[in-house]
Design a protein around this ligand. Structure first.
Ligand code: M6R
Length: 614
């Protein structure tokens, strides 16, 4: 939610800012802007819409600079207009912001009453005015920032420059993520490492409340109380670097196709082919100070996540209960926090997130930690706030996911949950050795089965052609495939803007069946397990009302094929692992429907990849 980048160094800042913004654009694309110091003057350029609109403006007027900040916006306070675009300026101060200032109304009223003029509707502009007001009293730039921080409430990552201080830049975070790129005689500030990883692989992650002050002397770090800190740089690995679309038209399509490789990476070093068992050593990374905690002995597991990560957690519940025999509850992260759930010492909270920066998921994690519960993160982005705060992390290793619609993050999360459940089952002896060996063998075969499934893309594209003009879709599944139905519906609505609902197939008769007529496509996941006959009955109920059935089957399924208007078959696999395969045709369907409708697939309207506000 909003991407921010700052640069101070010896190179020309603006091309580096623009390149950084390109890599952060997935975080918001309502407007973009930069501010830079050139010939002693602060210059600001902003444009509504995507970065390309800003670039068109910039090409007309750009002068060299060694200090600048840039922003790509996901609107919270105020419409996506040029006035509301960042950077915001007051006097000598210009700044960019990611987050929400909760007390901005009161602050703004006070500032207006003292004679300050506002040029935007944003919460951010109050910060620029507050800093400028302090700065005008004669205190240093850094002191003006520090004093202002005591007045603002809410979440923020800020990068601030001052017209009078061409050698200085200040970055500070509370709640929202911020990373420092350490180059040679140059520094970057960014919402995530993607923005600068092509320039330097040395990064420092700011912790909550910390400030970085860049000056002639390099960079100095301070904690929330203003005490000087020494911080260790992390060397970023190559697989954190941004790659292009390759031969694909969109990142979403590329990422759908990357799932076989991504799952191989998730499994790498974590499964012993000889012993046909899960190896714990490389499974969970823990902070050294945490000591050895036997997570497998947890009495109850609580899973939290948002969106797609919540859907994967719903499937994780099946794994933990069936394989490890551990009672498991799943919450949408934003609900968990406010329902004040009773927690106890034997609980383990697993927070799941692709980005590791989702505000609601972080809030749920912190809530559990306050109540003394053990925590673990299942996360994709290395070094993200969630992975650091959880203390223990199981990385999914999906690689950078750029498309706003999550695809490979979901399937790798499922593999991570499955590995963890098998490890817990192994340790607790709830997973019989014979079954464990069979499951591990099947798990290792998944990447190959995904490769086979990719050959179905043309067939899915043909089905999309038949249905892309429909107004509504229903997705039905039972048991492990109910969350897959939810995920299929979410993908379709995100990228095609078609109204879609995912439902447990057995629940259809309690309401949604009223929606069915000859215009309603119903995507049904037809399993091979104990609920198969029930699902076949649900198909009959849809057909009796003239609904159109698109069946996703396991292997060749003549019975389902005879009933359906269209069929997509997935390779046969153990029922536990089948969601990893059945979701892929649904991702493809969403992609091809969106393609035919001409929507902006990688950056759908109103969305942002990383939701860092509550
Ligand atoms: O980064 P996270 O996994 O925490 O993100 C959670 C949701 O915002 C995310 O899954 C969202 O629903 C996606 N756009 C789904 O495609």
């Amino acid at each position: 939610m909003c991407g921010i980048i700052g640069y101070i160094g010896t190179r020309d800042a603006t091309p580096l800012l623009i390149e950084g913004l390109r890599r952060l654009e997935y975080r918001g694309y309502d407007s973009a802007g930069i501010a830079y110091l050139s010939e002693g003057r602060l210059k600001i350029q902003r444009a509504v819409g995507k970065l390309s609109s800003l670039e068109a403006v910039l090409s007309r007027d750009l002068s060299p600079s060694h200090l600048g900040i840039g922003h790509t916006r996901w609107a919270t306070h105020g419409k996506p207009t040029e006035e509301n675009a960042h950077p915001h300026r007051a006097g000598a101060i210009a700044l960019i912001h990611n987050g929400i200032i909760e007390n901005y109304r009161v602050l703004r009223d006070t500032l207006v009453a003292s004679g300050r003029d506002f040029s935007s509707e944003t919460d951010t502009e109050v910060i620029a005015h507050l800093i400028d007001r302090r700065y005008q009293t004669g205190v240093s730039f850094k002191q003006a920032v520090s004093e202002t921080l005591t007045q603002i409430e809410g979440s923020f990552a800020l990068c601030i420059i001052c017209e009078d201080e061409p050698q200085q830049m200040i970055a500070v975070r509370r709640g929202s993520p911020l990373t420092i790129g350490m180059g040679s005689k140059e520094f970057f500030v960014a919402s995530d490492v993607q923005a600068f990883v092509a320039q330097t692989s040395e990064a420092i992650f700011l912790d909550d409340g910390e400030m970085a002050h860049f000056s002639d002397n390099g960079v100095c770090f301070y904690d929330a109380e203003g005490r000087s800190q020494s911080k260790q740089a992390t060397t970023l690995s190559h697989d954190q670097s941004f790659t292009g679309k390759g031969t694909f038209r969109h990142f979403m399509q590329k990422e759908i196709h990357e799932q076989s490789r991504a799952i191989m990476d998730t499994l790498f070093g974590r499964v012993s082919q000889q012993a046909e068992a899960v190896c714990p050593d490389d499974l969970i990374q823990a902070a050294p100070s945490l000591g050895k905690v036997d997570l497998a002995r947890s009495r109850r597991i609580l899973l939290v996540g948002c969106g797609t990560s919540w859907h994967s957690a719903l499937i994780g519940k099946f794994f933990f209960e069936a394989i490890a025999g551990i009672p498991t509850e799943v919450d949408i992260a934003s609900e968990f926090r406010y329902r004040n759930p009773p927690l106890s010492k034997g609980d383990l909270l697993i927070a799941t997130s692709q980005s590791g920066e989702t505000a609601d998921t972080l809030a749920a994690l912190r809530e559990a930690q306050i109540k003394g519960v053990q925590t673990l993160a299942i996360c994709n982005v290395v070094g993200s706030t969630l992975s650091r705060e959880a203390g223990r992390v199981l990385y999914t290793r999906a690689g950078p996911e750029i498309a706003v619609a999550s695809t490979k993050a979901f399937t790798t999360q499922l593999v991570a949950f499955f590995l963890l459940a098998c490890f817990f089952g192994q340790t607790r002896k709830t997973l019989p050795v014979k079954l464990r060996k069979q499951l591990v063998r099947e798990l290792l075969a998944i990447p190959h089965k995904i490769d086979i499934l990719m050959a179905q893309e043309q067939a899915v594209a043909t089905i999309a052609k038949q249905y892309f003009r429909c107004r509504d879709f229903l997705f039905l599944g039972r048991n492990l495939h109910y969350p897959v139905a939810l995920e299929g519906a979410l993908k379709l609505k995100e990228v095609s803007y078609i109204h879609a609902e995912g439902y447990p197939a057995g629940e259809m008769k309690h309401g949604p069946i009223a929606l069915i007529d000859e215009h309603m496509p119903v995507v049904v996941i037809v399993p091979r397990d104990h609920v198969r006959e029930k699902v076949i009955s649900n198909i009959m109920e849809v057909k009796a009302r003239d609904g159109k059935i698109i069946a996703v089957t396991h292997g060749d399924d003549a019975e389902a094929a005879a009933l359906a208007d269209a069929v997509i078959s997935t390779p046969e696999v153990s029922p536990y692992l089948s969601p990893i395969l059945t979701v892929i045709p649904l991702q493809m369907l969403a992609y091809h429907v969106a393609l035919l409708r001409g929507s902006d697939i990688d950056q759908p309207r109103n969305l942002a990849k990383s939701v860092t506000v509550e």
